[in-house]
Design a protein around this ligand. Structure first.
Ligand SMILES: C[S@@+](CC[C@H](N)C(=O)[O-])C[C@H]1O[C@@H](n2cnc3c(N)ncnc32)[C@H](O)[C@@H]1O
Length: 219
């Protein structure tokens, strides 16, 4: 991710899919959750607000620097607990109702291993929510945005996730894609500018769609 401005803009433009997912799943007060590859904690905080003081959110990230960022948030959202761990070896103090990841699997070597680990920390009958992008499907007008994929290991992992989840024997209960689109001086055009240096205001910008996959875990 390019810089702080880009991260904040990205959080803005991709917050709607996050709301769609939590509402469709019915995340509510008292749920215990883990946000895997939590980064700056945007998803952790959103979940923390929903689950309230009786719930709990573990924010797991491999980068200890991220822990400090989330720890700052945790001081305000007391139910968010930051842990430094690789997702592939994640161990939590208790089982959770929901394991969530967003924009993580595009960075890891073996996405299937991470999904399997996520399932292992979820209670029987609990949920996994995965939100990952299809980077090559972003558009400026009708042309692909070819500069976005950068050094990602799996730039189009979003469309691969349902197959991986099914192969792991998990039951997919919901799956859909959402893409932020704007025309003019919009958060979408400003995010694209922050990521690529290209400002486009005279054509529609469709940022990479994010595919949400929801699966139920039964052990
Ligand atoms: C693109 S950021 C996404 C952050 C956050 N999920 C969001 O949507 O705002 C990816 C994050 O995953 C973390 N990460 C990468 N590989 C990881 C791994 N194997 N285990 C845990 N975290 C990892 C990175 O340190 C980074 O904070």
């Amino acid at each position: 991710m390019a810089n702080r401005v880009a991260i904040e803009l990205r959080d803005d433009v991709y917050r709607r899919p996050l709301v769609t997912a939590t509402e469709r799943l019915g995340v509510s007060s008292g749920w215990k959750c883990v946000d895997v590859g939590a980064g700056g904690g945007d998803v952790s905080v959103a979940l923390g607000k929903i689950v309230g003081p009786s719930g709990r959110v573990f924010a797991v990230d491999i980068d200890p620097g991220r822990r400090d960022q989330v720890a700052e948030i945790a001081a305000r959202e007391t139910q968010v607990i930051a842990l430094t761990q690789p997702a592939e070896e994640m161990v939590l103090p208790e089982k959770v109702d929901l394991a969530f990841c967003r924009f993580l699997l595009l960075q890891v070597i073996e996405p299937g291993l991470v999904i399997e680990r996520m399932a292992s920390v979820v209670k029987d009958g609990g949920w996994i929510v995965i939100q990952e992008a299809v980077t090559s499907a972003g558009r400026i007008g009708d042309s692909p945005i070819s500069t976005l994929s950068g050094t990602m290991k799996h730039p189009d992992i979003g469309i691969m996730v349902p197959g991986i989840v099914k192969q792991l024997g998990l039951e997919i209960t919901d799956c859909w894609a959402e893409a932020p689109v704007g025309l003019g001086d919009t958060p979408e055009s400003r995010y694209l500018e922050a990521m690529t240096g290209i400002l486009v205001t005279d054509e529609p910008v469709m940022l990479p769609p994010i595919v949400t996959t929801i699966a139920r875990v039964s052990h």
